[in-house]
Design a protein around this ligand. Structure first.
Ligand code: ATP
Ligand code: MG
Length: 255
């Protein structure tokens, strides 16, 4: 069964999707990878230039009508080694209902997880019902955090919510690491918040990756110009080595 890594933070714009897509794409250079979007913004599909008319079924269909839809029909093959499941816009309004349970996503993933070495899951910027299902099924959680007041606050909240989830459900959640995102090494404020994030790391025992994602105007160039995540571009980007190093660090932490 493929190891499941999920990128979670209850804040928008901290690079959850950018990290998920580049991490999955980097892993797919050597392994078989399924990348799943659980956020109704459908930004994973957009990152690969997949058009709506190319998507037959999405995660929303199998979570809401499992009797009429099959997870195999949701899989979009981007390359031989990298497959994607689109979230479906309906995930924006997906919530807890009588006939829905915390293990619904897990049930679906069990049907196909043997086909993959890794499953990577991108999530919405809220700890909603779909994110709780992601926490339930994941082996490892990655939390991106921006070095600023809102970012630190969200990091602390996210860790607290995950720990509350653990005590409510009895499920152990392994937090792989915190990734510092949109870091500006020239900013005194960022340096100060970096220390604050390290303090959180010391207090909670959660590792902070050595590799930070620099704040960069070229961060979305590969998507805008080629409709692919940075690590798959044939062009030169400094950020390629950043995501390659992040992937190595995350995998090392997971061992
Ligand atoms: N290195 C970078 N520095 C600054 N901005 C970046 C960088 N890489 C990507 N971006 C841009 O930052 C924005 C937010 O990135 P992304 O969509 O990955 O965040 P997110 O956490 O998934 O957001 P949401 O919570 O809305 O899903 C995007 O417009 C993206 O193109
Ligand atoms: Mg996103």
């Amino acid at each position: 069964m493929g190891k499941i890594f999920s990128v979670i933070a209850n804040k928008g714009g901290v690079l959850k999707t950018t990290i998920s897509t580049n991490f999955a794409a980097e892993l797919s250079k050597k392994s078989k990878v399924l990348l799943i979007d659980t956020d109704g913004q459908t930004n994973v599909s957009l990152s690969f230039g997949i058009r709506r008319n190319e998507i037959k079924n999405s995660l929303f269909d199998i979570l809401t009508e499992p009797e009429n839809n099959h997870i195999e029909d949701c899989i979009i093959q981007v390359t031989d080694n990298l497959h994607i499941i689109d979230s479906g816009k309906g995930m924006n309004n997906y919530s807890k209902e009588e006939d829905r349970g915390i293990g619904d996503l897990e049930k679906q993933l069990h049907l196909i997880s043997d086909l993959y070495d890794y499953i990577v899951i991108d999530t919405a910027p809220v700890l909603n019902f779909s994110t709780l299902q992601v926490l339930w099924v994941s082996d490892q959680i990655i939390i991106p955090s921006q070095p600023e007041t809102f970012g630190l606050n969200s990091l602390i909240d996210t860790i607290k919510s995950i720990r509350e989830f653990e005590s409510k459900t009895g499920k152990k959640v392994d937090i792989n690491s915190i990734i510092i995102s949109k870091f500006d090494s020239r900013s005194k404020t960022h340096k100060r918040f970096l220390n604050d994030i390290k303090e959180v790391s010391k207090r909670t025992g959660i590792k902070v990756l050595k590799t930070k994602i620099p704040n960069s105007t070229t961060g979305s160039n590969s998507i805008e110009e080629e409709q692919i995540p940075t690590v798959l571009s044939k062009r030169w980007y400094k950020l390629k080595s950043t995501y390659s190093n992040i992937t190595q660090e995350v995998i090392k932490n997971a061992k």
